[in-house]
Design a protein around this ligand. Structure first.
Ligand SMILES: [Ca+2]
Ligand SMILES: [Ca+2]
Length: 258
């Protein structure tokens, strides 16, 4: 079944393309995208999907358009490629981000793409070359937040060294240890007026718990209990200054799989 035909100039050459899609016919779920169907320069491509658990078909088979960078000649096509649920916590939406160059459909690459968690925040695509992606990550508990992918040519980059967002830490045992990368100041209690606890670069801390996503309880190597004041998904406060968590705490890159 074909959906309604949409007319849009995908490569900004003044000639609108017709775009439509249909469910694939193969046993594995697929979605077929048609550009200029029935015309001499028509092209059709089939894209895989990864599963539909927990989502109805109508929600599942869809495409959207967005203009990630207003200074280039492309409108991107985003094909929802499925929702995959798993018991490992790696559930998420998946997408193909495509361009039409006048002849062919080209998939944009994701650098640092790992196991999903994508939910594109289309309303916040401003045309400034950035693609906001809503993501889930884990530090003791699940958190959610937006990370920005930078579009460069045909690749979307996400610099995960800057942000805690997108970092997944397996903390089932709640005894994860992290090296402190810079001197940082925590608190003796869950109270910003309580005594400060200085934690020096090179020390190891053990993350014990998060309280209301506002306080991260840790113990230091000598058994001292300390609390980091967590401001948001990315930042903690140290001596009254907002700090990017990942710059202060080595969050074990080996476990990052966003
Ligand atoms: Ca065109
Ligand atoms: Ca564009």
């Amino acid at each position: 079944m074909l959906n309604k035909e949409i007319s849009i100039d995908l490569n900004k050459d003044g000639n609108p393309e017709t775009v439509m899609y249909e469910k694939g016919t193969s046993i594995d779920p697929t979605i077929v995208l048609h550009i200029n169907k029935g015309k001499d320069n028509g092209i059709s491509k089939e894209y895989n999907v990864r599963g539909t658990f927990g989502i109805t078909e109508d929600e599942f088979y869809k495409i959207e358009f967005c203009d990630i960078d207003k200074t280039d000649n492309y409108i991107e096509i985003v094909v929802n490629s499925g929702y995959l649920a798993s018991t490992t916590g790696k559930s998420g939406n998946y997408f193909h981000v495509l361009r039409y160059d006048g002849k062919d459909l080209i998939s944009l690459n994701f650098e640092n793409e790992k196991d999903g968690f994508y939910e594109f925040d289309f309303q916040n695509v401003k045309g400034d070359g950035k693609l906001p992606v809503y993501a889930k990550y884990r530090l003791v508990i699940d958190w959610y937040g937006t990370c920005m992918y930078d579009l460069k040519e045909d690749t979307l980059f996400y610099d995960d060294s800057k942000f805690l967002i997108g970092s997944i830490i397996e903390t089932e045992s709640l005894d994860n240890d992290f090296a402190v990368k810079k001197d940082v100041s925590a608190y003796k209690d869950r109270d910003t007026s309580s005594e400060k606890v200085s934690i020096k670069q090179g020390q190891t801390i053990y993350v014990v718990a998060l309280y209301d996503k506002e306080w991260m309880e840790v113990t230091t190597e000598d058994g001292t209990v300390a609390y980091f004041h967590v401001l948001n998904e990315r930042n903690i406060e140290s001596d009254g200054t907002e700090m990017v968590v990942a710059e202060y705490i080595d969050i074990n890159p080996g476990t990052i799989y966003f």
